[in-house]
Design a protein around this ligand. Structure first.
Ligand SMILES: O=C(O)CCC(=O)C(=O)O
Length: 191
């Protein structure tokens, strides 16, 4: 496949799969998420399943401390394991909802989670910024229906974040933001 010289390179260990969700899975995931209650304790709304991450204490609670992963989200988790992205079905899902200028601060997911962290993007395409310990920076476009799996250095050494702004420059065009939902899957070590 021809590669553009200007194509931004992916952080080491990051797997990007465009159109990983079918249209049917995408629509069904939105319907399922929107039928369930969101928590309002952060600047963005979230849902947590399987194992609760206590953002205030920065602590991971016990397995089962959050509601059971709902059926469609669980089926997506099973597919991630069946396709080899996880060695077993993920036991935690966090649903993040971003509206307009909401984002997420640079962070590395806790190492008490397993070696892979996967994010599936719903509704809209927004960029995510990655930064290495040396200050190398690259942007990954989280295309709607895509799968991103952070492994290796992209998971354990690079930070990832979503900027707070009302629009993004995508393919040279300024695109106003509406609403993006992500499904982030993790395994919890020691379970
Ligand atoms: O919204 C995303 O795609 C990533 C979410 C994330 O980084 C997190 O929940 O820690």
């Amino acid at each position: 496949m021809a590669m553009s010289l200007f194509e931004p390179s992916l952080p080491p260990g990051l797997i990007f799969v465009p159109n990983w969700l079918s249209d049917e899975e995408h629509s069904a995931a939105i319907v399922e998420v929107d039928s369930l209650p969101f928590e309002n304790t952060l600047s963005r709304r979230v849902q947590q399943y399987g194992t609760r991450y206590d953002y205030a204490q920065a602590a991971l609670q016990d397995l089962g401390s959050a509601p059971k992963i709902p059926p469609l989200l669980a089926a997506i988790g099973n597919r991630l394991a069946a396709e080899g992205y996880f060695s077993r079905a993920p036991d935690q899902v966090i649903v993040n909802e971003y509206v307009e200028n909401q984002g997420i601060a640079p962070h590395i997911d806790r190492l008490t989670f397993g070696q892979a962290v996967a994010t599936v993007s719903l509704l809209e395409t927004w960029p995510m910024d990655f930064r290495s310990p040396n200050g190398d920076e690259t942007e990954v476009l989280l295309e709607v229906k895509s799968l991103v799996v952070m492994t290796g250095e992209s998971r354990s050494a690079w930070t990832h974040s979503i900027a707070r702004r009302k629009s993004d420059l995508i393919g040279g065009l300024r695109k106003p933001r509406g609403r993006r939902i992500s499904l982030t899957y993790r395994t919890v070590l020691g379970e």
